[in-house]
Design a protein around this ligand. Structure first.
Ligand SMILES: *Cc1c(COP(=O)(O)O)cnc(C)c1O
Length: 426
């Protein structure tokens, strides 16, 4: 693809003859074929994003475990499974998904503060690589379940390093006031307790400090604190075979400039080497940075509605398809699929859902009228995976593009799909 017409931060999305393409495929043709709202993903963007981590870890014993909560569609998981990724899961449902996509269970790690006993049994039976346990109570429950099942559970304890990731409060996870992980000052005692339990094998340590992190400094700070703890824990005779630094690396939504994964890891590896830990198995759990800018959501303009204070551009995608603006006041760029001349009007781009919180973008200058298509960018992560049926709206279809080929990886949800599990009652 030529560099002409590329959108910043989106090397596989470009305009050719005014029409936006994902890799070699025009979005207008996909919208005609599959309808809107429609998620379209670039396979090459995902592979390039993964490649940056793989380059960063070259020559090291490292696992990239894709955190599938960012986008758990089977067609997306298959891309990462075929590329040799491990997976970070947070539920029994996600375990079933990664197994269906062909994951190696030995490279699956199970995170989350509220694992149920039945999810623990399911994961032990599948032979997953590691449970990232998040509380003292969970350690005892997992030990009991592992003994009942007659299968030891490999564990890592999630440490809360109390580092500010400098991101949105809803996506900070490593501060003292967050529900995640165990407190730094309790860690040694917790490890000693875990190591004494016959159902558990202590294999690692992990942290995950937040999401959409755009600076290296919070990672460097967390790394030093985790390594201080590793030293303290290993003084007691426990050996930690792997060090897991979680996910959280940001993407370019609106001119954001996060470090590239390979550049970030060059800095982190220099510190690991300096402190003598560079040869340990390293694990990372990236989600957003592997899929976020691979995806766009194509939506049709239903109406434009001029107003006294605001003009509204009402589109057929809504907060049930793209929940991030409503949840986190998040910003997504919105561009026309076919660019044309004409006077731009400033609109709030909103969906049909009956909530004032149902907006996708505010104060956007657009040359657009009813029947035309818009593309909401950076929609690969935490969009379809968070989609709901609110207002009895079916979830959108998804297409995976590779070069000139477009594969429907999820058909549009029908009303029959939605009603299937419900009953009128007596
Ligand atoms: C959400 C999550 C991730 C992935 O976070 P991103 O910001 O999408 O990279 C990794 N690890 C854990 C434990 C998580 O909860």
């Amino acid at each position: 693809m030529s560099t002409a017409g590329r959108l910043p931060g989106h090397p596989h999305i470009a305009r050719k003859n005014a029409t936006l393409h994902v890799e070699g495929v025009p979005l207008s043709a996909l919208a005609r074929e599959h309808g809107t709202p429609l998620f379209v993903y670039s396979k090459q963007w995902m592979l390039d994003a993964l490649g940056a981590y793989q380059r960063g870890f070259e020559g090291r014993d490292a696992w990239v475990c894709y955190a599938i909560k960012a986008n758990s569609s089977l067609g997306v998981l298959r891309v990462f499974a075929e590329a040799g990724c491990g997976f970070d899961i947070v539920s029994g449902g996600e375990l079933a998904r990664v197994l269906a996509a062909g994951a190696d269970p030995a490279k699956v790690i199970f995170s989350g503060v509220g694992k149920t006993k039945s999810e623990m049994r399911q994961a032990l039976a599948a032979g997953i690589g590691c449970f990232n346990v998040e509380s003292e109570a969970e350690i005892d429950v997992l030990n009991a379940v592992a003994l009942e099942e007659g299968r030891p559970a490999s564990i890592s304890v999630r440490i809360n390093p109390n580092v500010d990731p400098k991101t949105h409060p809803y996506i900070s996870t490593g501060l003292k006031g967050n529900k995640f992980g165990v407190a730094h000052d309790r860690a040694v005692a917790i490890y000693q307790h875990a190591a004494s339990l016959p159902g558990l094998r202590v294999v690692g340590i992990d942290c995950h400090i937040g999401s959409q992190i755009t600076e290296a400094s919070p990672y460097l700070e967390a790394l030093e604190r985790v390594l201080d703890l590793v030293e303290a824990i290993e003084k007691t005779g426990i050996v930690l075979h792997h060090l897991d630094f979680g996910g959280g690396l940001g993407i370019d939504y609106n001119g954001d400039t996060p470090p590239a994964a390979d550049a970030l890891w060059r800095q982190l590896l220099a510190r690991l080497d300096a402190r003598g830990f560079g040869r340990r198995r390293l694990i990372v759990e990236p989600g957003r940075s592997l899929v976020g800018n691979a995806g766009v959501c194509v939506t049709e303009v239903l109406y434009t509605k001029p107003g006294a204070e605001k003009n509204f551009c009402i589109v057929d995608a809504a907060m049930n398809d793209l929940p991030r603006p409503a949840m986190y006041q998040a910003f997504h760029r919105i561009v026309p699929v076919v660019e044309r001349q004409g006077e731009a009007v400033t609109y709030d781009v909103v969906g049909p859902v009956c909530e004032s919180g149902d907006w996708i973008g505010r104060d956007r200058a657009l040359t657009v009228e009813a029947g035309e298509l818009l593309a909401v960018l950076s929609a690969g992560a935490y969009s379809m995976a968070m989609a709901s049926n609110y207002n009895t709206r079916g979830r959108a279809a998804e297409v995976l593009v590779s070069g000139e080929r477009a594969n429907l990886i999820r058909r549009r949800e029908t009303i029959e799909d939605q009603l299937r599990s419900e009953r009128l009652g007596d």
